[in-house]
Design a protein around this ligand. Structure first.
Ligand code: NDP
Ligand code: GDR
Length: 372
């Protein structure tokens, strides 16, 4: 039975990858951080009681900032495949906590690769590094490929650039089977609530159900190439099954604006949104309502405003990936379109909002966080 170790198992990708590998028959180990409250919601459904025989899903407390802890876990598990998905992954937050982001995202990767070397696992453990389209930052060519030059635009992207080259360097220097997946944005109903797509689907569902008055957004003209996380974790695995380690761009090859994603989400709720004004004065007004999904709204309500708080000190305005290499060498095609993904996310967030509304109507007041 093959063994995989996943850092970031409690995150969006970690949870989908764990499911995927369990289905493939792997024994799956994950590193989770100690937190003062539960942080395993995304993996609770696949949790196995460690007291039962033959459990194939095992969690270890750990942190990417702690070398001795990482080395000990690697030594215990001796994984065939190590997926480094753990990261302080929020670009805007990296401007607030640049040093911590570098420690986790850059040095964390180095710590894992050094642990592989220290333990003599160079020939046994294949290594996947969660690289990112943020490396392209101020883009030098469109669409972006494996050979497009990098120009990172945030402490997050700079840290990920260190990690990217560290993976390449350990491949070249020590023969470790290390691959960078340069993944463009990918989302799902399990996406963190403060990333733009989830903020929109959750925010609009809450507004439609009367739980929040308004959605506050940053640069809604940013352009992104969005795919579904389920499609993308399949690729993370496939990269490690090749004869030789290589780096791959994973993207859909289609680009849309944040504004477009807002319109799709609103439409899923039966709302037509009209944008008025310009720049920081721009607002989104309900122009029409169809169906039963927005009982708390009337035509003419302003449900979207721009807040300068959500603009970044240096923005990545546009990203569009060219996944030709992955298609050709890995036989990969994304299965889920961005529109279908948006519909899935809205449906899930609407269910949550309806449940919270019902609880509120029965006197159980729930705090709704609108931070993002
Ligand atoms: P998430 O933010 O959902 O998950 C991040 C994971 O990393 C969580 O499990 C988190 O734990 C864990 N983590 C954070 N800090 C530490 C630390 N100090 N030590 C150990 N674990 C830590 O990210 P995604 O699942 O969306 O992304 C997975 C990876 O892919 C990340 O590295 C991200 O940067 C990268 N990536 C993501 C893309 C996307 O569009 N989703 C695109 C390209 C790259 P906790 O749950 O406790 O917070
Ligand atoms: P990104 O994702 O920065 O691309 O990083 P995010 O969803 O945070 O932002 C996408 C774009 O939307 C704009 N935007 C806003 N973003 C947020 N979060 N909140 C807002 O209110 C808002 N308004 C507009 C942003 O400015 C940006 O242009 C994600 C992360 O998953 C990274 O870890 C990963 O590496 C990259 O995707 C690929």
């Amino acid at each position: 039975m093959k063994k995989a170790l996943i850092t970031g198992i409690t995150g969006q990708d970690g949870s989908y990858l764990a499911e995927f590998l369990l289905e493939k028959g792997y024994e799956v180990h994950g590193i989770k951080r100690r937190a003062s409250s539960f942080n395993t919601q995304r993996i609770d459904h696949i949790y196995e009681d460690p007291h039962v025989d033959n459990a194939r899903f095992k969690l270890h407390y750990g942190d990417l900032t702690d070398s001795s802890n990482l080395t000990r876990i690697l030594s215990e598990v001796q994984p065939d495949e190590l997926y480094n998905l753990g990261a302080q992954s929020h670009v805007a937050v990296s401007f607030e906590s640049p040093e911590y982001t570098a420690d986790v995202d850059a040095l964390g990767t180095l710590r894992l690769l050094e642990a592989i070397r220290f333990l003599g696992l160079e020939k046994k453990t294949r290594f996947y590094q969660a690289s990112t389209s943020e490396l392209y930052g101020l883009v030098q060519e469109t669409p972006q490929t494996e050979t497009t030059p990098f120009h990172p635009r945030s402490p997050y992207a700079v840290a990920k650039m260190f990690a990217y080259w560290t993976a390449v360097n350990y491949r070249e220097a020590y023969g470790i089977f290390a691959c960078n997946g340069i993944l463009f944005n990918h989302e799902s109903p399990r996406r963190g609530e403060t990333f733009v797509t989830r903020k929109i689907t959750r925010g609009l569902a809450n507004i439609a159900q009367g739980l929040e008055p308004c959605l506050y957004m940053g640069n809604i003209d940013a352009l992104r190439d969005w795919g579904h996380a389920k499609d993308y974790v399949r690729m993370q695995w496939l990269m490690l099954q090749q004869d030789a380690p290589e780096d791959f761009v994973i993207a859909t090859g289609k680009q849309f604006s944040v504004r477009q994603f807002i319109k799709w989400s609103a439409a899923e709720l039966g709302l037509t949104l009209r944008f008025e004004g310009n720049g920081l004065d721009e607002i989104g007004i309900v122009d029409a309502i169809k169906g039963e999904n927005a009982p708390a709204l009337s035509v003419g309500d302003t449900i979207l405003r721009i807040d300068p708080r959500y603009f970044r000190p240096a923005e990545v305005e546009t990203l569009l990936g060219d996944p030709s290499k992955a298609k050709q060498k890995l036989g990969w095609e994304p299965k889920i379109t961005v529109q279908d993904m948006c519909a899935e996310m809205v449906a899930e967030d609407l269910r949550n909002a309806q449940r919270d509304r019902l609880l509120r109507e029965h006197g159980l007041e729930l705090p709704v966080s609108t931070e993002g």
